[in-house]
Design a protein. Sequence first.
Length: 413
Amino acid sequence: MFIPIVVLLAVFILIAVRKIGHIKLDIWQIMLFGALVVLLTKQISVIKAIKSVNIDVMLFLFGMFVVGRAMEDSGYLSHLAYKIFNKTRSVDHLILFILFGMGIISAFLMNDTIAIIGTPVVLLFAKKHNINPKLLLFALAFAITIGTVMSPIGNPQNLLIAINSNIHNPFITFAKFLLIPTLINLFFAYLLLRIFYRKHFHSNTLSHNDDPINDPYLAKLSQISLFLIIILVFVKIISVFNGSTFNFKLTYIALISALPVLLLSRKRFKIIKEIDWHTLIFFASMFILMQSVWDTGFFQSCINQTNMNISSVVMILIISILLSQFISNVPLVALYLPLLIHSGASDIEMVALASGSTIAGNLTILGAASNIIIIQNAEKKSGETLTFLEFLKIGTPLTIINVLVYWIFLSLI
């Protein structure tokens, strides 16, 4: 019964050290190892393992990887980055722009979308302006995690809460309770980055150059794909806002947006070959391992056996942040949401669950899928990475501050 728990702990340790002797391990290899162990020890059947892989998530990531790769290969991504960031004149301005710009955009274009598209952008700025890439990668990761708190469609767990809870108007409710504390937390992220990376905030004036587009036709297709993403996201917002019964999945948005590249580009097979397959392997493996952990009932039993008031705001924040590190935030919400609904929780408790399960991504690498996408993408493109301990070092104080800010605001309303 406890083999999956032991395997999960081993995966955590290996991701923290990333080495066995002199052998360096990638995150996707470690998670694949964990999935293979629970399969080989028959902690989960092959059929159940296949069923546990969330096809919607896999197809969403595939579609977004295709669009992101086409944007990068054509040169359109660097051109777009210049258009957006050319007014920034210092490292401070750039970090603030990443935090607030990417944070707010991710609230509507979804966290994983910005993680896929944003990683090569910040790595480009790091190279061009001689800025520590870790600083920019952290800024991107924190921007995405914190920014998506305030939107019911910013990430999968918020969408799950918005659809299945008794919140009458999710967009208005999330904005009412979470907009101001989220903006405050984005600024606190800037202050912490300023403290931890103070030596890397050089005073040089940033001078931006617009790189030429090297494949105009692919760039045009990429532009169409990006336009489709934006339009379809707004269609989804309107459908949710109007209470439509049609489930316009994020998967549809990603796959429809990828169609111009997949159908019309002569480089389609090259793009498919070069997308981040390792991250897709990581997610498939994670679903299998987490399903086997879920089946043990260990964490469900831990919650049920406590005498804590699990529907209080502070306990919702603490439990969701901690358990999201072990069973991921979406399974955590799937477990916690029925308990809150059964207890007659108010909108405040529901948005507390959304904020806690989301800012869990600021504590460790495994707290958010977007962290994995950023790190895997960075390692593949430039060899840069954020280690488990580096993330924990700055993520711990940031998460504590985040919790306090949300708790204070939710308690005062």
